[in-house]
Design a protein around this ligand. Structure first.
Ligand code: BDP
Length: 706
């Protein structure tokens, strides 16, 4: 009776606040007015003092107003949460089963014991238990029937890590959700409540590591006073099974340590790193390790001293080794040279395959150039065999409309993870070549550049939360489909109402291809405005600037056609791929049209598979992108009855911006490329509403850009 009263009361309260949803609770709203979807648990039991059990109780009391009574298995339906050491668990689950799933894996099962019903969450370790509890809570939140559960899970990747590009002064490089959540100036004394909320959100999706600071790293992070602040954060994240890592500046021994250089072969330098590692581990015994951007975009590195990437990485790896730490060494390298930028990382790293210690992982962006709206996968995937290699995805939308555009990235990441590298014949996907299936290494890992800031809703755009969510879910299980992930997220973040879920899901699933179409269809890339990467500037030509930082380098538009010739007669980037991919990409007819202008310089009159000329197809793609954003606006307006008014209005106004931006992209690109193609824009598509000259005058002052 009391429970029913509480639920009614909670419903009244939540209806009262339904207009005041601010997105701060992410997908962990635990708001349940619908008693029908709540399981009929009557008691809870498990390891004494278990953190996972506490987490369940917290969520349960948000949903029902009460904690579940803790008592031994009794009549009714007991929830049992325990590790393999728990007596009750031992009765139902074989130790071998749990062992096979490792310390992060878990089993969720509903069984009958006599007349007692038991739903159990079991794992070898506390980490797995926590993940199991969040899985169960997800099932409850999404309205799943718990009566016949038979779940066993273990993660695809060992290390599932966020990379914050957060600077120590509180700004966030390529961050579009306000200032950094790490309030360095207030630490170690003042502890923001956000740290704990952050930890819980990450734990709920299986993220188990975080790099706190920008890859363009300030050496200050390794000073003792900063390390003491880092320790506080690590202490807060620890119960949530999240390890802290740091980006380090390769010149730290010289800058922080006062040494004469930072040469990795200098014994003084090696000693400095060893001592630094000892200091760090004294403060943070489970410290994860270092992330390093070296000899890339002006950052210092071993090559400053005539050494190699492996000399640099191995020196750091040796310092961390005694404590179990790892080095994530980035392969994002390119120089102003006549060589195609897309080829450079491979040229630099492929010869070093096998030269790295086994606690080094090479971190490679999904595409060979940068985080463009669409790229082929980097040819390093599959090609590096003796050294572990980890994908780096970009959650923050640096190249996809910041926090103004609704772009759900799971489809992009799925396309990447499922790309077949052919490194060991057919079905050698990127996922399998990095998760330990094809090349077993000591560690497997995947990183995502975070989109989190101090904004109330964490990510700027309410729908950008879905990308944080999707990254965690895919890192945990890369076989999940984008649709499954969207379903879970929509149900927990907004509503289980099918009239909301269905259209919104369709919109999310189309949103990435839509953005590709209104920005850079058919393999176009990097035609952004100089530096801030928001709007279109395919014409951008700054005298004296590095060619590979300018759009014409990538699109090569001329009266003869458009696109980057990376075939065997061009830059020959195709040859960095395994057969039969290299032949497929090399041939104009077999190259996937989505990547056509990435690999080929194509005449305007080239006939596409649907019979249109390339020029016409380009026009239809841009226009299609614009039209679909307009559809998104309609979809969103129609679901208004199912959304609280704050989030409704917020998303509605962002879609208006996106719609205007899509037209801006279309007009800018088509009018500019038309100066080369000299062909009319097909008459059945929308006419440009801007003048090219007008668009060329736009110079955005973007306040979030650092
Ligand atoms: C580019 C970003 C730049 C980053 C760099 C990197 O524009 O801000 O520092 O990548 O990943 O995409 O190191």
């Amino acid at each position: 009776m009391r429970r029913i009263f509480c639920i009614i009361w909670l419903c009244i309260v939540s209806i009262g606040v339904i207009n005041a949803e601010d997105g701060s609770r992410l997908w962990l709203r635990f708001q349940s007015c619908n008693t029908a979807t709540l399981p009929n648990f009557t008691a809870i039991n498990g390891n004494k003092g278990s953190f996972a059990l506490q987490q369940f109780q917290e969520a349960w009391s948000l949903m029902t107003g009460n904690n579940l009574p803790e008592r031994n298995l009794s009549a009714g339906h007991t929830l049992l949460i325990g590790t393999s050491k728990n007596r009750e668990i031992k009765k139902v689950v074989k130790a071998k089963e749990l062992k096979e799933l490792g310390t992060e894996g878990y089993i969720i099962r509903t069984v009958m014991q006599g007349n007692k019903m038991v739903t159990l969450v079991a794992s070898l370790g506390e980490g797995g238990l926590l993940y199991g509890v969040y899985h169960l809570l997800r099932l409850i939140q999404t309205g799943t029937d718990l009566l016949s559960l038979q779940i066993s899970e273990k993660p695809s990747y060992d290390i599932r890590i966020l990379n914050h590009w957060d600077n120590l002064n509180g700004t966030v490089e390529r961050g579009y959700a306000g200032y950094s959540i790490w309030q360095w100036d207030k630490l170690p004394e003042v502890i923001s409540p956000r740290y704990k909320e952050y930890a819980r959100a990450n734990a709920s999706i299986g993220i188990n590591g975080t790099v706190l600071n920008n890859v363009n790293a300030s050496p200050d992070i390794l000073t003792t006073s900063y390390l003491q602040k880092v320790k506080i954060i690590a202490d807060i994240l620890r119960p949530y099974h999240i390890k802290v890592y740091l980006s380090v500046n390769f010149s730290s021994p010289k800058i922080v340590g006062g040494l004469s250089d930072s040469d990795p072969l200098n014994p003084q330098v090696q000693k400095w790193w060893h001592e630094k590692a000892t200091e760090i581990y004294r403060l943070i015994p489970d410290f994860g390790g270092f992330l390093v951007k070296a000899n890339s975009e002006g950052q210092p590195g071993p090559m400053d001293y005539g050494r190699t990437h492996s000399d640099g990485a191995n020196m750091l790896a040796d310092a961390l080794k005694p404590y179990g730490g790892i080095v994530m060494w980035r392969a994002f390298v390119y120089n102003p040279s006549p060589e195609d930028r897309a080829k450079q990382a491979y040229l630099e790293f492929k010869p070093l395959d096998g030269a790295f210690r086994n606690n080094v992982i090479i971190q490679v962006k999904n595409g060979p150039v940068d985080f463009q709206p669409r790229e082929p996968f980097s040819p390093l995937f599959g090609a590096i065999q003796q050294t572990a290699i980890m994908p780096e995805l970009q959650i923050t939308q640096e190249y996809l409309g910041f926090s103004n555009h609704l772009v759900f990235l799971a489809p992009q990441w799925k396309e990447f993870l499922e790309s077949d590298t052919h490194c060991k014949g057919e079905n050698s996907t990127v996922a399998k070549s990095t998760d330990g299936t094809i090349y077993p290494h000591t560690h497997s890992a995947i990183a995502g550049v975070a989109n989190i800031g101090l904004d109330t809703n964490w990510c700027g755009h309410h729908f950008a939360q879905a990308n944080w969510y999707a990254f965690g879910r895919l890192a945990w299980d890369h076989t999940l489909t984008a649709e499954e992930i969207a379903t879970e997220w929509i149900r927990m973040t907004f509503s289980n109402e099918p009239k909301f879920e269905k259209p919104v899901k369709e919109m999310m699933l189309q949103s990435w291809e839509t953005a590709v179409d209104y920005m850079m269809p058919l393999g176009l890339h990097h035609i952004f405005a100089w530096d801030h990467h928001y709007g279109p500037e395919p014409w951008c030509n700054i005298p004296g600037a590095r060619a590979d930082w300018l759009p014409p380098y990538y699109h090569n538009a001329g009266t003869d056609g458009i696109g980057f010739d990376r075939t065997t007669t061009g830059s020959d980037a195709v040859s960095q791929y395994y057969s039969p991919l290299r032949e497929q990409f090399n041939n104009l007819e077999s190259c996937p049209e989505e990547l056509l202008l990435w690999f080929h310089h194509v005449p305007w009159n080239h006939s596409m598979k649907n019979g249109r000329t390339l020029w016409e197809e380009l026009c239809y793609r841009y226009d299609g992108g614009v039209q679909r954003v307009r559809e998104f606006q309609k979809i969103w307006d129609r679901v208004e009855p199912f959304v609280d008014s704050d989030r409704f209005r917020h998303v509605q106004s962002r879609l208006r911006i996106q719609s205007r931006d899509a037209v801006w992209w279309k007009d800018a690109c088509l009018l500019y490329f038309q100066t080369f193609s000299k062909k009319p824009i097909p008459y059945d598509i929308e006419r440009p509403v801007h003048e090219l000259e007008e668009l060329q005058q736009i110079k955005l002052e973007l306040k979030h850009h650092n």
